[in-house]
Design a binder for this molecule. Sequence first.
Ligand code: GUN
Length: 291
Amino acid sequence: MTAQIIDGKAFAAILRTRIAAEVGRMAEKGITPGLAVVLVGEDPASQVYVRSKGRMTKEVGMASFEHKLPVETAQDDLLALIATLNADPAVNGILVQLPLPDHMDEAAVINAITPEKDVDGFHILNVGRLATGQKAMVPCTPLGCLMLLRDHLGSLAGKNAVVIGRSNIVGKPMAQLLLRDSATVTVAHSRTADLPAVCRQADIIVAAVGRAKFVQGDWVKPGATVIDVGINRTEDGLVGDVDQASVAQVAGAFTPVPGGVGPMTIACLLANTLTATARSNGLPDPEGLTP
Ligand code: GUN
């Protein structure tokens, strides 16, 4: 069997076109969605992400506010900036790029963001809302994975889904979203016994472990859908958490790296910013951008 490639890059481009159209309709009402991105320090990978977030925000017609702070910034000064952004009506979404420098308390910083502007969906209230089925801001990477899965499979009800990785950013919210779509969900991690056997039961595998080419073809049930969240820089260049060569022989479909989940993450950040803007203006949620 040769697997179908799930083209996240193309899907993300279509999503951004839909978002730009909605931004245009908001402009007629005098509303311009605004996204503020805060970067503390000079981590090169974070700088690349922040630059492309700013560029794509402007491309869809939103206002982009970038705040770059030196690595030695005191936490209180960062909290003061967040308070200013919370109070600024031109700012609908706030993203503080992670990781933060070691002297900062990540949870305290994230929880200082107004939950309604927390377009990362990391605030403890949004985590709780997602877990209990209430209207939440949903983390961008799992939201992007969900959109690709629904587009490829239709209903996820009754599917066996295995999420590999239990991070707060991807694994846990991914599991919540799959559960919400009535999949039967297993969250596997570094201490899971016989991971290959667990994966062989799966109709859907979401790999978010941060280990290059970790998931092997003989772990995959023939015809399964494999979503690769990994971004690992290796001697072979950028590779995912899935061994693409062997998995492509067995899976029904898979997301490539690059060009799979990655482009969906920023598109979903823009989707969340649009949703936050609609909600703060008393408008209905834009169609198809929320779970
Ligand atoms: N660093 C790596 N991924 C992310 C993300 O999704 N959001 C934020 N804020 N920082 C990150």
